[in-house]
Design a protein around this ligand. Structure first.
Ligand code: B12
Length: 491
């Protein structure tokens, strides 16, 4: 723990007035899980929305907040330490993802050693391994669950030296050094909307996605959680927090008018879950006349229809990203991605393209039952349908997913837990019901990318949507990156 801090009382201007919090989104340059990092680089500079939300909650309670979006700023650890030190914060907050644990730990240890401030953590990882995480003494305090539920109370009580054990989601060490994890719980009135991410504290002019076409771009969330039950996903059956249509459009209008943003990509897994809400969003967008604003969504092919496709198009939706995952019906059934069938997926994709949308497909390689044959089926599906863009992930079983739980049951080994506690390696990855190993899978991913993107059809599409030279540069960088990975794999 950072030494020599004085505990301060809260002032009258808000429960956290006078408190300074630096929220840091690190750049992981020498990460252990290199392939993940490579993938992340190709995706662009996406705003760290989680920290944006946390910043809003804290600022709303009167705290003075800084958010350091290091990947977007191209900032490494040494420089980040200097910047945070100059801000002189009381707390330094990190959002944790399980796969980035070792790199996050390195950043937290350095910040803790060099700056006199408490390290505070949150994020989805805290719902997986809260206890193990807090065994690391550089971390003072954690929160599992949404920031608006209890963060203000957590910091206020911590500042006052009070009892943290009644605060939902609090994770802390007691006087005996034992880690206490308070169950998350919910609070009435805090199940829907949340204050929007504080984009004004982020370098929002520099954000882009590899598939964005407008210069000023941002990402957003219109729902939190997901009611579906895909076995590879950590959000499986997670309590859904639906935002109201009005709040979603207010946020879009704010981004458009105040920040000059012209493209918004909604990152929630299924934007179209509630049809009426989507129609309300569309009506409201039409009323506000945000000329030139385009937006995109993620959806399931079984969660929209022609009526929605038509209406969303009329009010600026231009790209739909479908999680189609695999060309094999057998695999879709095995991982409980209950789509009607690959034939139905094809029909919806054709209808989407016919309406004029860009279609992006997310697929995975390495799920249970994967084989060279099923990868071939996926490839054929990708190239036979009118799909413009594809993003391929090799399955990396994550904690709190049924696939990982089954691996733990079969092997008796909770290797992510060991990784968090002791830094033990998580590769080679243990997989279920497939003979393909890490090398074969990464080769198959790269080959599938090449198979899809190195076609005249894609070159034509890419050239037709070019609006500015920066896009061409990014596209070529991504292509070069994929080619390098491919050549490295082929050696
Ligand atoms: C947008 C997004 C991104 C963006 C922005 C990331 C960010 N952290 O803001 C980008 C593209 C940069 C990204 C990167 C990565 N992501 Co991502 N991402 C998402 C996505 C789609 C939405 C996250 C979000 O904004 N949720 C909405 C907010 C409100 O919820 P939240 O994140 O849980 O945050 C709330 C609480 O957790 C808490 N909280 C969060 N952080 C903190 C910090 C503090 C100090 C406190 C007190 C509280 C707190 O308060 C927040 C507000 O209520 C989720 C999937 C999803 N639909 O949720 C995946 C997800 C979080 N990402 C995931 C992964 C794996 C990654 C990467 C490792 C990918 C990679 N290959 O590099 C990196 C890791 C970066 C990181 N440290 O977060 C996994 C995490 C799984 C896990 N166990 O770790 C998820 C769940 C996707 C999935 N289904 O597998 N991601």
């Amino acid at each position: 723990m950072a030494q020599g801090r004085t505990v301060r009382n809260s002032s009258e201007e808000g429960p956290l007035a006078g408190l300074k919090v630096a929220l840091v989104f690190p750049t992981f340059l020498d990460a252990d899980l290199a392939s993940h990092q490579d993938n992340a680089r190709f995706l662009g500079a996406i705003p760290p929305l989680s920290l944006g939300y946390v910043a809003s909650v804290l600022r709303g309670a009167g705290a003075d907040v800084m958010v350091l979006d290091c990947p977007t700023l191209g900032m490494g650890l040494t420089r980040a330490v200097d910047v945070v030190r100059a801000f002189n914060p009381d707390y330094i907050g990190f959002t944790l993802a399980t796969v980035d644990w070792l790199s996050s730990l390195e950043w937290m240890q350095r910040m803790n050693a060099e700056i006199s401030a408490y390290i505070l953590v949150g994020g989805i990882h805290m719902e997986c391994y809260p206890k193990e995480t807090l065994t690391h003494e550089c971390i003072e305090l954690g929160l599992a669950g949404h920031a608006d539920i209890a963060l203000v109370e957590l910091l206020q009580t911590h500042q006052e030296g009070g009892d943290l054990s009644a605060i939902p989601g609090a994770v802390f060490r007691n006087q005996e050094g034992e880690v206490i994890v308070v169950p998350e719980g919910t609070r009435p009135g805090r199940e829907g909307d949340m204050p929007w991410p504080a984009r004004d504290l982020l370098p929002y002019q520099q954000h882009f996605s590899i598939v964005s076409t407008e210069t000023y771009f941002t990402a957003a969330m219109s729902n939190f959680g997901c009611p579906f039950r895909c076995e590879f996903c950590i959000l499986r059956g997670d309590a859904l927090r639906q935002r109201s249509a009005l709040s979603v459009v207010d946020e879009m209008e704010y981004c458009y008018r105040e920040l000059g943003i012209r493209e918004i990509d909604f990152f929630d897994p299924v934007f179209t879950i509630r049809r009426n809400r989507v129609l309300e969003i569309c009506d409201e967008l039409e009323r506000r006349q945000l000329k030139g604003l385009i937006w995109s969504i993620r959806a399931r092919t079984d969660a929209l229809d022609q009526g929605l496709l038509d209406r969303m198009w009329e009010v600026g939706c231009r790209r739909i990203c479908y999680g189609i995952e695999s060309g094999s019906n057998e695999i879709l059934r095995r991982v409980d991605k209950r789509m009607r069938s690959t034939e139905h997926i094809g029909e919806v994709i054709r209808a989407t393209k016919k309406r004029g949308y860009e279609v992006l497909a997310f697929v995975m390689i390495g799920n249970p039952l994967e084989s060279y044959r099923s990868v071939g089926m996926t490839r054929r599906m990708l190239t036979s349908l009118p799909i413009d863009l594809v993003q391929i992930a090799s399955l990396f079983p994550l904690p709190n997913t049924p696939i990982y739980d089954e691996i733990v049951r079969r092997t008796g080994q909770d290797y992510w837990r060991e990784h968090i506690l002791h830094g033990t390696p998580v590769q080679p990855v243990i997989r279920l019901d497939t003979d393909l190993d890490d090398d074969e899978l990464s080769h198959l991913v790269t080959q599938t990318y090449m198979h899809f993107y190195f076609r005249p059809k894609f070159a034509k599409f890419a050239l037709s949507r070019l609006k500015e030279p920066a896009q061409l540069r990014r596209g070529l960088e991504a292509a070069a990156g994929i080619t390098r990975t491919f050549l490295a794999g082929a050696r």
